[in-house]
Design a protein around this ligand. Structure first.
Ligand SMILES: *[C@@H]1O[C@H](CO)[C@@H](O)[C@H](O)[C@H]1NC(C)=O
Ligand SMILES: *[C@@H]1O[C@H](CO)[C@@H](O)[C@H](O)[C@H]1NC(C)=O
Ligand SMILES: *[C@@H]1O[C@H](CO)[C@@H](O)[C@H](O)[C@H]1NC(C)=O
Ligand SMILES: *[C@@H]1O[C@H](CO)[C@@H](O)[C@H](O)[C@H]1NC(C)=O
Ligand SMILES: *[C@@H]1O[C@H](CO)[C@@H](O)[C@H](O)[C@H]1NC(C)=O
Ligand SMILES: *[C@@H]1O[C@H](CO)[C@@H](O)[C@H](O)[C@H]1NC(C)=O
Length: 771
């Protein structure tokens, strides 16, 4: 999402103008009353309406409300800036808020003010994913929804959040890869289910009600923003059934089925020739039919305009409105449905009953949020307020999340952790060495405060700072000055990488090397340093830093993603050994050659010998990498082994399925025809080093050969904390049909009978599947 650059400039200009007007008249902008319907204290007659009665079920209330509305009133509630219905005591509701990694003011419904000047800004999602810690994913969601509710209570925020972004980070050049949980469908699925539950679930366990509503976006196969003249508004993603089922769809499916999300947002791009927001197969059949979404389907801002004006999908605007509604869209970010639905109904292009269904899904979501239950201060979470935003505990979680995600990529002869007493002076060099806004990435808000790398490291040792370049583009590195600073210090930390000027929404990269003269600055600084040289990469996507990996003068490398408001403090914790890093890369780091030869619009996950396409991600790409998926070191060492796992597993099939290995080799895994009571795989883990630390145990399966299956597939993961010499057991629950199956070329799940491989580190366990 969301703005064309021009709109950006325009909205900034308007904001500036408003600021001037308001500051001249000294009008206080902050409202401090929440918006809600059914204010029965103010208007007791509202008590007569069933839709205002919280003791009735949502369906009854929604039906009662919708049957009272005129078509025009319904249409006014199909758009993100929804119209008020004054005669029924319903205020206009603004649907668009964002909370990707903290409450954000990107959506027009959420603001900061003197009452709540900032909110806790967690690391950008790609770094949180690197923690491989499900508990953390949920814990962050929970804090974000608490702060969101607190801000809603004082009229500063909405209740519907269009986060998270769960598209697979397929290509390293994607400017929005930073917003996602990485390249692996299982990691992404676990991230999204946990983050969404953290956002939505109420402490009283009432599944019908929501703390706030999340939305998984951008459905689907959306991961080209703007590359070599091809933008997301015009891009038609050609996706095979196989890639669709085993790569692009799983995070969305998990979002709905495991996360019980309240919304899915369709994307701008077309998939196989159809705009996603107008495709009944993608929306109605899959999201509603198969996954049974309990909530609303929204469009991106402004997908329907894109359908008409960029994709020329239909001849009239009314036809676009009708197609979207008929496909299953409920809410339009933008004005399209407000402007063209009446004409579409009158023209017979869409039935009013379809409008009823759409608006019912929207109202049902608001009801589950308590919006129709009267005064929020009398409801659950009604006592939350400004005091609950940016609390010390929330800010500590932001710092811990960054620490948990930071990935140690190189540490030859173990110069890290540094001893703050042995190091008399530390040179801190690089365009991100004193980063603030860069640390919070995009879809951020205003953080509680920043701790920059310079501040974080200066808390422990004397630092000498030099930016080395005027910005991350680093057109002209200040080599002499940087060398001078570096040569005077006992150790050097270089904080390099990118920011939103290099990788961002509407900005895909063409190069995956460090920008401008960064490589040169790093090498020259390293050459004059007398002690350890620690290279810190602050970026969303992977970087070709092969030169640094190979340079013996560069003793350590850390990747810190965009680490959030406490990034500098977290970095210092890792550098000085107050925290033992255990993050792992959630995406492959490819060589620059990849960016120069692979066409980013090629959506095929699988390699193709004819075209020379090398394929994407650790599951399919066989070429060289700079660092592979899951790579990450620790200051300690861990050993793992199989404690217990079956050697054979029996699947039960439908009675009418006759299938005996070896005559029958594969079994379809649809609906109920394959059942497995599940089995346990118990892994032992020991910290064999001398520093306490966390370790993520990753369980993979090597699928048996059905055409074009992944080389290996992450099945599940679990993170454990171990003191030196401590041993623990990790138990994975595996369902033979679900977890050991693969997707065939027609998009159907199949499980191969016979030998299967499970992989944990360098340990392989063989098991037989039989019927
Ligand atoms: C609500 O009910 C009261 C009686 O209980 C009645 O006097 C009033 O007119 C009703 N209002 C509406 C809007 O129906
Ligand atoms: C929102 O819609 C209302 C009418 O329902 C209109 O008056 C207002 O200008 C709209 N605001 C924006 C920001 O579009
Ligand atoms: C580092 O950044 C902070 C926050 O923007 C700023 O106040 C400070 O002056 C900067 N320090 C240096 C040495 O540039
Ligand atoms: C990438 O592939 C598309 C579709 O085959 C083609 O239209 C486009 O020109 C290619 N772009 C580049 C830069 O090779
Ligand atoms: C490889 O690409 C060629 C040319 O586009 C295509 O005809 C063929 O089906 C592809 N092969 C596979 C296995 O996808
Ligand atoms: C996972 O995250 C939670 C929540 O922050 C934290 O308490 C726990 O220690 C983490 N687990 C490990 C093994 O690091």
């Amino acid at each position: 999402m969301f703005f064309h650059p021009l709109q950006h400039i325009l909205s900034m200009a308007i904001a500036l103008l408003l600021l001037i007007i308001f500051s001249c008249q000294t009008i206080v902008f902050a409202e401090n009353e929440p918006l809600f319907a059914c204010n029965t204290e103010k208007d007791p007659s509202l008590k007569n309406y069933s839709f205002c009665n919280p003791s009735l079920d949502v369906k009854t209330r929604v039906n009662d409300l919708v049957k009272r509305l005129t078509l025009e009133e319904k249409i006014g509630n199909l758009v993100n800036n929804a119209s008020s219905i004054d005669r029924l005591g319903i205020p206009g509701y603004k649907w668009w808020s964002e909370a990707l990694h903290g409450v954000s003011n990107v959506g027009p419904a959420t603001h900061f003010s003197s009452l709540v000047p900032g909110a806790t800004s967690f690391p950008q999602v790609i770094l949180t994913a690197a923690s491989f810690n499900k508990t953390l994913f949920k814990a962050i969601g929970k804090v974000v929804s608490t702060e969101a509710r607190a801000m809603y209570n004082v009229g500063l925020a909405g209740l519907t959040y269009w986060s998270p972004n769960v598209n697979i980070f397929r290509d390293p050049r994607w400017g929005r890869g930073q917003e996602t949980p990485g390249e692996d469908p299982v990691l992404a699925s676990k991230y999204v289910a946990n983050y969404v539950r953290g956002l939505q679930e109420r402490d009283d366990g009432d599944k019908d009600r929501l703390k706030v509503a999340a939305a998984c976006k951008h459905y689907t196969a959306y991961d080209v923003d703007n590359w070599e003249g091809i933008d997301r508004y015009h891009f038609d993603a050609k996706v095979t059934k196989q890639d669709m089922e085993d790569t692009y769809q799983p995070p969305f499916k998990s979002c709905v089925l495991d996360g019980n999300v309240a919304s899915v947002m369709c994307s701008y791009n077309e998939v196989n020739g159809k705009p996603t927001c107008g495709d009944p197969d993608l929306l109605k059949r899959v999201i509603r039919g198969e996954w049974k979404l309990n909530g609303y389907i929204s469009s991106d801002c402004d997908s329907l305009d894109t359908m008409f004006n960029s994709q020329h999908w239909a001849k009239t605007p009314e036809q676009v409105a009708a197609d979207a509604l008929n496909a299953g869209l409920d809410l339009n970010c933008g004005n399209w449905l407000r402007d063209y639905t009446m004409g579409a109904v009158q023209g017979g292009l869409v039935e009013e009953s379809v409008v009823d269904k759409a608006v019912s899904n929207n109202f049902a979501t608001l009801m589950r949020l308590g919006f129709f239950d009267g005064d929020p201060s009398k409801q659950m979470y009604g006592n939350l307020g400004p005091k609950d935003v940016c609390t010390p505990a929330h800010q500590e979680l932001a710092r811990d999340a960054a620490r948990q995600g930071i990935v140690l990529l190189k540490n030859v002869f173990r110069p890290l952790p540094l001893s703050p007493t042995a190091i008399k002076s530390l040179a801190l060099i690089g365009p991100n060495a004193n980063a603030t806004t860069t640390m919070i990435g995009n879809y951020a808000g205003v953080p509680c405060k920043y701790t920059t790398p310079l501040q974080g490291l200066s808390d422990s040792v004397v630092t000498l700072y030099h930016a080395g370049c005027s910005d991350t583009k680093c057109a002209n590195a200040q080599l002499n000055e940087a060398r001078e600073v570096a040569s005077a210090a006992d150790a050097v930390v270089l904080v390099m990488g990118t920011d939103q000027s290099i990788e961002a929404e509407s900005r895909d990269r063409t190069s995956i090397s460090l920008p401008g003269q960064q490589n040169r600055l790093i090498s020259e600084v390293a050459s004059v340093s007398k002690g350890p040289v620690i290279l810190v990469i602050m970026s969303g996507g992977g970087m070709d830093i092969q030169f640094a990996k190979e340079n013996p003068k560069i003793t350590s490398i850390l990747w810190v993603g965009f680490p959030g408001e406490a990034g500098g403090a977290a970095l210092a914790d890792v550098v000085f050994g107050r925290y033992n890093p255990g993050g792992r890369l959630p995406m492959t780091w490819y060589p620059q050659f990849f960016a120069e030869t692979v066409n980013m619009t090629n959506m095929n996950m699988r390699p193709n010998l004819t075209t020379g396409h090398p394929g994407y991600t650790y599951r399919f790409y066989k070429g060289t990498t700079v660092y592979p998926f899951e790579y990450g070191l620790s200051y300690s060492m861990f050993a793992q082994w199989v404690v217990r796992a079956p050697k054979s597993v029996k699947l039960s099939l439908d009675e009418d399925q006759v299938c005996r290995y070896p005559e029958c080799e594969v079994v379809e895994v649809s609906d109920n025809n394959c059942r497995n009571s599940g089995f346990e795989v118990v892994i032992g883990v020991k910290n064999v080093g001398n520093m306490a630390g966390s370790y993520s145990v990753l369980l993979y399966s090597y699928p048996r050969w059905i055409r074009n299956v992944p080389q290996t597939d992450l099945l599940d993961f679990e993170k454990v904390f171990l003191a030196p010499q401590q041993v623990t057991m990790v138990t994975f629950h595996v369902d033979g049909c679900r977890h050991l199956s693969v997707v065939d070329e027609d998009g159907n799940r199949k499980v191969a009978l016979g030998e299967h491989h499970l992989q944990i580190g360098d340990v392989t366990h063989y098991l037989y599947l039989e019927t």
